[in-house]
Design a binder for this molecule. Structure first.
Ligand code: PMV
Length: 322
């Protein structure tokens, strides 16, 4: 049995649109921080059986999710020249009841565990490229800390992988405001697809990302949290504006999302170094400096639709565990 762990990452500058859907090639680069608290552990065992098996958080999974795992493991089987089926057992070390699931930690852990199970050796950038095939954001969870995904230009995706972002002069920690479970929202692949096809703002979004990436990298290197706050919040809201302008519009925000945005901006106005970002769901992630985390968590817990507020430092990249 091969066991790997990986942590989810939250993008400061988002990925929202693919230049190739089959190979999961992003239209733009992105910039993220891997979060220690959002961890997935995955076991992969080669089995003598007619089909793959997948258990997630103690429940046997079938249908599309099982197929997605099987197709991903096929990439590793092909490289190894083997056809053994696998038993995949995965557990998330964070509350998934509220819909805070992560394909990033899932596919980064699955990549590392499957490669080991089939005895295939790869460099970190090759693993990042492989993880990308499972989900675009998983390419970034191969690494710890801040991470920069390159969109690349090659049609085969050989230049579309993540690398650690060196030289950040800020130590960011996160408060993850987990909204209470609500009906499942549009998944990121469907959301991106519809946005790309129908949103009149999409071309402007793609242009904005290149500018935001440079500005965010500069602010991180300069340790300029206030500038970073403007760029990250602006990029997040631009992504959501792009999605909202799709037909039919995709709206990930819930009342607790807007409440948390207001709370974060209120704290910043009062001098707390904190800013927010939001992925394809209602949960708000507030980034701050370690000395302010307790106060930020306390302030963000007070909405009836907030399930809990998780706290996280930056996390390690995907790795095998004994
Ligand atoms: O990796 P995916 O396909 O789940 O897409 C991730 C999309 C966002 O979380 C909204 C943005 C990002 O860059 O992580």
């Amino acid at each position: 049995m091969s066991t790997a762990e990986a942590s989810a990452n939250i993008a400061l500058i988002k990925y929202w649109g693919k230049r190739d859907a089959r190979l999961n090639l992003p239209e733009t680069g992105s910039l993220s921080l891997t979060l220690a608290a959002l961890r997935t552990r995955t076991d992969v065992t080669r089995i003598d059986a007619p089909s793959d098996r997948f258990t997630l958080d103690g429940t046997c999974v079938e249908g599309r999710a099982l197929e997605r795992v099987g197709r991903f493991v096929d990439l590793v089987r092909d490289m190894a020249g083997r056809s053994d089926r696998v038993e995949v057992t995965s557990s998330n070390r964070f509350p998934t009841a509220a819909g805070l699931a992560s394909s990033a930690s899932a596919f980064a852990a699955l990549a590392v565990a499957s490669l080991d199970a089939f005895g295939v050796e790869m460099s970190p950038s090759e693993i990042s490229r492989l993880a990308r095939r499972g989900s675009g954001s998983a390419a970034r969870s191969v690494f710890g800390g801040f991470c920069r995904m390159h969109a690349g230009v090659e049609p085969d995706g050989r230049d579309a992988f993540a690398v650690p972002f060196e030289g950040a002069a800020l130590e960011l920690v996160a408060a993850v405001v987990v909204a209470k479970a609500s009906k499942k929202t549009t998944g990121s692949t469907d959301g991106m697809n519809l946005t790309q096809k129908t949103s009149p703002y999409h071309a402007a979004w793609v242009t904005a990302v290149s500018r935001d990436l440079l500005a965010a990298e500069d602010a991180l290197r300069a340790g300029d949290l206030m500038t970073l706050a403007d760029v990250v919040e602006g990029n997040c809201l631009a992504m959501h504006a792009d999605a909202m302008a799709a037909r039919p519009g995709i709206l990930y925000f819930k009342p607790s999302t807007l409440w948390a945005i207001e709370a974060v901006r209120g704290m910043r106005k009062e001098g707390t170094p904190v800013f927010f970002t939001i992925d394809a769901g209602p949960h708000v992630v507030a980034f701050t400096l370690p000395a302010y985390l307790d106060a930020v968590v306390e302030q963000l817990a007070g909405h009836p639709e907030v399930e809990c507020v998780l706290r996280s430092t930056s996390g390690e990249g995907a790795h095998l565990v004994g």
